[in-house]
Design a protein around this ligand. Structure first.
Ligand SMILES: Nc1ncnc2c1ncn2[C@@H]1O[C@H](COP(=O)(O)OP(=O)(O)O)[C@@H](O)[C@H]1O
Ligand SMILES: [Mg+2]
Length: 604
């Protein structure tokens, strides 16, 4: 038998390895920007076309490369940043593995122009499939200008795996923000398809945060500053009233590297305990600096996870530093800012929870009912697979013999003329069915109704729009503007006429008829906030997510009083839905209590 094992050709080996480092255009953005930072640039311009799919270009004024280095940098494990094994324990640069450019050269067509300040003439290279196709002298400014075109042109499987331009662009903006946030003394710009999205002059960290996340944070940042022998923590946290329903604006940097850490996030959250509602997230931008030997960056290909030598100490310091900052700036929930109603309602703020109150609550009847064994078991949620309509609920139970004719006839679904409805606890609607009674949750039912209505609108029955008498302008944080851009065509079908106007601004020309004039701006901002918050890990299309968000936003809430007529319309509309028993989020819209079942409970 002949030997069969062969070494993979370089370009194939590089392509396989590239998968780890370059997963999508945004990963290349991160690597190229970090190289520019490592090269000591004071100005870094990022240009992307078609969300990076067509072009990603980074132009820096850093130290540039010699002719030989310009060829070498595309080799795997070629780096100027470490020499010896000891260097691994004192890494201060963003890169050190020498893999990024090799990976980029394996999956894209690359053009590199670079010059060192101490040489007259620079060099230009073209690289494709890991091979240098051309190198020639070039008259170029000092620094490096690297362009990668048609990412994954030679890896169709990966190319097809890319998401919509809007989705890929969001990832790019995220990476851009992370690098730009960490280096406020570097100028950054981001231009996409010829339009400048960010233009960040050099300045303080505070200025950079406001440039990136929006002017609403200007007066809302509290300085964090703690120096210890072991580590330093600096940065800003948001005053409690800036806490949002979305996790978005939270940044940890360790030695200037953006990292994710659920553990450290917990440390910050615990410092805010009782100051913000449980489902809200405070803003933070925190820089932890410590001896590089105390961390291991090499645990993940994208270097976004790191290991601390002593995680507990870091946790304790972070928690203490944030607590200290909040206390020092007297962020007590009474003085210097308007409180969000959600925060005011918090027990910790409105009423001290005394032992008396605790005892009273525990002895109340309600508490007993719900904690006694077997007391709640008669609640029988309708099964998810069962579709229920008026027909099932109000007509005589269908026998096998009649079933066939019934389904064939396609009887229009109508509410029974004599519908009895009772409002309970300002939240539930009680009504009878042919088999017993049903208890409808007003919010979940309304969410289902609106969801169906919006979905129909998307499928060609647009919702009526009312022209605003005074069109309002809306200016958003750049990242939010990207989200809104993506949603504009969908929103149009849903009765929102919103037009892009300048970089991060929009004009609201009209909204659906049920939004009160004057509330257009708040309605859209609120929608965006909830949209970002909604099920970010679920793989839903932006359309599905938008419809769910709007349905949730506009559904009547518990505690909202309804007239008899309103309840009847709601019940009728609910049972005209194709899936009346489940809300879009999967919760039941109503629970049926069958007479047979109730009888049995009473031993009858
Ligand atoms: N923008 C740049 N300016 C100057 N040198 C660069 C730049 N980008 C890359 N290099 C050089 O190319 C080498 C390889 O880059 P890369 O593949 O990203 O690996 P790493 O950053 O891990 O060293 C770097 O070590 C550096 O010497
Ligand atoms: Mg690098």
């Amino acid at each position: 038998m002949p030997d069969i094992i062969q070494l993979l050709p370089d370009n194939i080996a590089n392509q396989i390895a590239a998968g780890e480092v370059i997963q999508r255009p945004a990963s290349a953005v991160k690597e190229l920007m970090e190289n520019a930072v490592d090269a000591g640039a004071t100005s870094i311009q990022l240009v992307v076309n078609d969300a990076g799919k067509a072009l990603i270009q980074v132009i820096d004024n850093g130290k540039g490369m010699s002719e030989t280095d310009a060829r070498m940098c595309f080799e795997r494990h070629a780096t100027s940043k470490i020499n010896t094994i000891e260097d691994l324990f004192r890494i201060r640069t963003m890169g050190f593995r020498g893999e990024a450019l090799a990976s980029i050269a394996a999956v894209a067509q690359v053009e590199l122009k670079t010059r060192r300040a101490d040489t007259e003439i620079g060099t230009r290279l073209e690289v494709e499939n890991s091979q240098v196709k051309l190198q020639e002298p070039a008259a170029v400014p000092p620094g490096t200008n690297i362009a990668m075109k048609n990412v994954f042109f030679n890896v169709p499987a990966r190319r097809n795996f890319l998401k919509s331009n809007a989705a890929e662009m969001r990832h790019i903006v995220d990476e851009f923000i992370r690098v730009a946030m960490a280096f406020p003394d570097i100028f950054f710009s981001l231009t996409t398809n010829g339009q400048q999205l960010f233009h960040l002059e050099r300045g303080s960290l505070k200025q950079r945060i406001v440039q990136l996340l929006g002017a609403q944070y200007n007066a809302k940042l509290v300085t964090v500053q703690e120096q210890t022998d072991y580590l330093n923590i600096t940065g800003f946290v948001g005053k409690p009233d800036t806490a949002k329903k979305t996790r978005g604006d939270q940044y940890f940097f360790v030695n200037n590297r953006f990292i994710r850490s659920a553990y450290l996030n917990h440390a910050v959250m615990s410092a805010y305990q009782d100051m913000i509602p449980a489902d809200c997230f405070p803003l933070y931008v925190l820089f932890i600096d410590l001896d590089p030997s105390q961390i291991d960056i090499n645990v993940h290909p994208t270097k976004q996870e790191i290991k601390f030598e002593d995680e507990k100490i870091v946790y304790a310091f972070v928690q203490a530093a944030v607590k200290h900052a909040l206390a020092q700036f007297s962020i007590t929930p009474t003085l210097d800012f308007d409180l969000d109603p959600g925060i005011q309602q918090l027990d910790a703020i409105s009423k001290p929870f005394t032992e008396d109150k605790q005892a009273a609550a525990a002895s109340s009847n309600l508490y007993k009912t719900f904690t006694q064994k077997n007391q709640a078991h008669f609640i029988e949620p309708s099964s998810k697979s069962e579709l229920k309509h008026w027909r099932d609920l109000y007509e005589a139970p269908v026998t096998e013999a009649t079933q066939e004719t019934q389904t064939e006839q396609d009887i229009p679904i109508e509410a029974p003329a004599e519908l009895t409805v009772v409002h309970l606890l300002s939240t539930y609607i009680l009504t009878t069915s042919n088999r017993g009674f049903i208890l409808i949750h007003q919010q979940l039912a309304h969410e289902r109704i609106l969801y169906d209505q919006y979905m129909q609108a998307m499928q060609g029955q647009p919702i009526a729009m009312q022209q605003s008498m005074f069109p309002v302008t809306l200016t958003l944080a750049p990242a939010d503007a990207v989200v809104l851009h993506e949603l504009l065509p969908h929103l149009q079908l849903l009765g929102y006429q919103v037009e892009a106007f300048g970089k991060d601004s929009f004009i609201v020309q009209g909204t659906p008829a049920d939004i009160a004039q004057g509330n257009e701006k708040a309605a859209i901002e609120d929608m965006l906030e909830q949209y970002k918050h909604s099920s970010s890990d679920m793989k839903l299309s932006s359309r599905e997510k938008l419809v769910r968000t709007l349905a949730r936003q506009h559904a009547i809430k518990p505690g909202f009083n309804l007239t008899q007529q309103e309840m009847k319309s709601l019940v009728t509309a609910l049972f005209s839905c194709t899936q009346s028993n489940i809300a879009p989020n999967g919760m039941p819209t109503y629970i049926e209590f069958k007479k047979d079942y109730l009888d049995k409970l009473f031993g009858k």
